[in-house]
Design a protein around this ligand. Structure first.
Ligand SMILES: [Zn+2]
Length: 360
C-alpha cells in the first residue's frame, strides 16, 4: 500500500485532493465558504461529498479537521476512501465532511478563526456554562504573556506543583477540558455557536427527516501511541448510543466512564450536533484518535505556545517558525509508516462501522 499519495502538506492542496477524488467518482460536491483567510491568503471552505443515495435511511458521517491542525490526517483517510470506491450496503450513504474548521487547518492551529475549540463549542449557549476553576487558578501559567526558556521553566514548575497537589488528571482537566471565560485562552469553548458549528448543523439538516440509523466518526490526532487509532466512544454510559457502541465494538472501543479512554472529560463536542441534527436516528459516534509524538504534555505545551504566538508573537520569526513546527508535529507526522498505519486503521474502522450500520 502507498498511503502517502492521499495525504497533503497544506490545507489548500488537501482540499484540492479531496475535490479531485470526489470529481473522479462523479460525486456532487458542496462547498461552504468560511469568512476568514488562509495562511497563504487563500479562500477557505468546508467541502462535503455524499457517497450513496440522498434518501438513505442509514448514514455514516465522517468528519475531518474539527481541530484544524488535525485535518492533515483526517483528510488523507477521507481522500483514500473516496479513491478506493468501496461498495456500500443497501439503503446506506456516507457523508464526507472535509475540513469543518478550515481556518485552523490552513494555519495549522487547533482553534477556529475566533479562537474557539470547536469540540467544546456545542453546548447550549443560552444556559450556564460548565465551570473550570482549575483553569482560572492556573490561567497565567497556562497562557503567559511572555514565552522564553526561563519563563517556560517557571510556568511548567507551577503546573507541576499543581499536579503534585491535585493529581495529573486534575491538571489535564484544568488545561484541556474546556473553559468558557477566557476568549484569548486555550481550549476556549466560545460564547456563541461559531461558524464551523453552524456549518456542521446546516450540512446535517437535510438528513433530519430520513435517517433512522447513523454512525459518526470524528477524526482526531494528538493522543496515544504513534500511528495507532484509539476508538473512543463519544457516549456516556447513560446515553442510548452507549448500548450500540457495546454491541458494535465491545471492549475494542474505549469509554470515558469506565476509565479506559485516553480522552479528557469533554463537554460540547461534535457528537451533540449529530444527536440534535438527526432526531429520529439511533446513533453510535466515535472519536478516532491517532497518536503522534510520545508525550501528551508536549502536545499540550505546543498548544499553549501556539496560543501565545498568535496573541503576542510573530509567526514569521524564528521562534514563530519553531512553534509552528512543534504544533504540526504534535498533530501530524510526515512519515510514510505513520500514514500507512493511519490509513489502514481508518479504513478498517470505517468498514466495520459500515457493516454494523448495515445490520441495524
Ligand atoms: Zn482533536
Amino acid at each position: 500500500m502507498n498511503a502517502s499519495q492521499y495525504f497533503r502538506h497544506t490545507y489548500a492542496t488537501a482540499r484540492e485532493a479531496f475535490r479531485q477524488a470526489a470529481a473522479a467518482r462523479g460525486l456532487k460536491l458542496q462547498s461552504h465558504r468560511n469568512p476568514a483567510k488562509g495562511a497563504e491568503g487563500e479562500g477557505l471552505t468546508t467541502d462535503v461529498a455524499l457517497i450513496g443515495p440522498e434518501e438513505a435511511r442509514r448514514l455514516m458521517i465522517v468528519l475531518s479537521g474539527t481541530h484544524g491542525a488535525e485535518g492533515f490526517c483526517g483528510s488523507g483517510i477521507q481522500v483514500g476512501w473516496v479513491a478506493a470506491a468501496e461498495r456500500l450496503p443497501a439503503d446506506t450513504a456516507i457523508l464526507m465532511v472535509h475540513a469543518i474548521n478550515p481556518y485552523g487547518f490552513s494555519h495549522v492551529r487547533r482553534v477556529t478563526e475566533d479562537n474557539v475549540d470547536l469540540n467544546r463549542n456545542f453546548v447550549d449557549h443560552a444556559c450556564a456554562k460548565p465551570e473550570n476553576p482549575g483553569y482560572m487558578e492556573l490561567r497565567d501559567f497556562i497562557c503567559p504573556k511572555e514565552w522564553t526558556e526561563e519563563s517556560e521553566q517557571r510556568n511548567l514548575a507551577a503546573l507541576h506543583t499543581y499536579a503534585l497537589v491535585h493529581g495529573m488528571d486534575a491538571l489535564e482537566t484544568a488545561i484541556a477540558s474546556g473553559q468558557y471565560v477566557d476568549p484569548q485562552g486555550v481550549f476556549f469553548g466560545g460564547l456563541q455557536p461559531t461558524w464551523s458549528n453552524r456549518t456542521l448543523r446546516a450540512i446535517l439538516a437535510p438528513f433530519a427527516a430520513t435517517v433512522k440509523h447513523a454512525a459518526f466518526i470524528d477524526l482526531h490526532t494528538g493522543i496515544g501511541p504513534y500511528g495507532f487509532g484509539e476508538i473512543m466512544s463519544n457516549h456516556a454510559a447513560r446515553d442510548p448510543g452507549h448500548m450500540i457502541m457495546q454491541q458494535w465494538w465491545g471492549s475494542e472501543a474505549t469509554y470515558f466512564d469506565d476509565g479506559t479512554s485516553s480522552s479528557y472529560y469533554v463537554v460540547g463536542d461534535t457528537q451533540f450536533a449529530v444527536n440534535q441534527s438527526l432526531p429520529h436516528a439511533q446513533i453510535a459516534g466515535i472519536t478516532l484518535e491517532y497518536g503522534t509524538i510520545p508525550e501528551k504534555r508536549d502536545m499540550m505545551n505546543a498548544v499553549r505556545a501556539d496560543n501565545w504566538l498568535y496573541l503576542y508573537g510573530d509567526v514569521n520569526s524564528p521562534k514563530g517558525r519553531d512553534i509552528k513546527a512543534q504544533i504540526r508535529a504534535a498533530f501530524y507526522q510526515e512519515k510514510d509508516d505513520w500514514k500507512d498505519m493511519v490509513l489502514e486503521r481508518g479504513h478498517y474502522v470505517m468498514k466495520r462501522m459500515l457493516r454494523c450500520l448495515g445490520e441495524s
